[in-house]
Design a protein around this ligand. Sequence first.
Ligand code: SF4
Length: 450
Amino acid sequence: MNGTKKVAFYTLGCKLNFSETSTIARSFTEEGFHRVDFSEKAEIYVINTCSVTENADKRFKTIVKRALNVNPEAFVIAVGCYAQLKPHELAAVDGVDLVLGATEKFKVTSYLNDLLNNVNDTTTSGAVIHSCEIEEADFYVGSYSIGDRTRAFLKVQDGCDYKCTYCTIPLARGISRSDTLENVLQNAEEISQKGIKEIVLTGVNIGDYGKGEFGNKSHEHTFFELCKALDKVDGIERLRISSIEPNLLKDETIDFVAQSRTFVPHFHIPLQSGSNDLLKLMRRRYLRELYLDRVHHIRRVMPDACIGVDVIVGFPGETEAHFLETYHFLNELDISYLHVFTYSERENTAAASMKGVVPLKVRNKRSKMLRGLSAKKRRAFYENQVGTIRTVLFEGENKEGYIHGFTENYIKVKAPWNPALVNTIQKVHLTSIDEDGLVRFEYVSNPAFA
Ligand code: SF4
């Protein structure tokens, strides 16, 4: 292969995966590769996999096929959580050339150059796997996404020390460890210097921020201290906390967000169940009373805050009574939307061998009910916000003649497409809710757009 090689990326899963793909992509361009869209012809396709995604294996195969349809000669590389959990399964997929585990994914260009230099060997011997025991993934590699979207995902923490019985993430990403405060601040400055207006803090268990590398369990800094330091970084207009465990969302952090210069009033807090019996079976580190207290505290100091909730339905042992306990708990809770996950068995998790398996039909019925509740909650939250003055960060995509954006408290708005609005923050008065559930507004601060 001579001349500039083209490389394309596809990311499955969470914000953390997107931040890591973006960092891996930068290592390719630093080595002279030219990044192209995944739909374009490239010599190399990198797929960053996820182990939580439903049918992760089927999705992966489809994406590999898509790449090889465009260029049957291409190199296909798999990285990410699924590659760590099931390296041999991915390596067995037709067309895959290289599978890299959690400790190797950031070294992809060096492995690739080896492969490119020995191209004849590879064709005969199938995919090459470079992986490791997850215990070896105890060091930290920083990353942030840039250029793909209006907001940047900044990784501040990786791995998890919790043992929730349904979760494979600790098996895919290793123990909890964090970036140094200095590195996070430097990355945040780099991002803001590139004109990005909003940074989303991401990780696996970011409330556990501060634990060092190589198994050092002591917290050099706390998540609260990280927030205070980031709030002082010049050039950042908005900071959003992606998701945080309820037991790690301290009063001081909530109070700080309420009065901070940059942190937006939006909290995404995994609940998983409204039944204490199930929370114990899930080995979560709180009971519903603590969750209630977190929501009440947020509402007390930030009445207009957006509160998003993760909830799992169909967990083993979940009776109709447990489910209704969750339904009524959420129905009575002053929250803004739900992310509903239908429980699915994961290998090597404690829950996979638990009694009381809930039939799939019942899981889906319960999931449907909670999605209905989520739509009701989001509508009520939006209606409650109509008439208020908010700020909107406008995104860069022209969607059927409309531009979209989000307020600081995560309300999705739309307006006729206007390229001059892209990546600007405008003060608006929320006026009505459209037939598609998005909010319309009028400009307050900038007659230029009125
Ligand atoms: S807190 Fe629990 S659910 Fe979240 S990553 Fe850790 S083990 Fe998984």
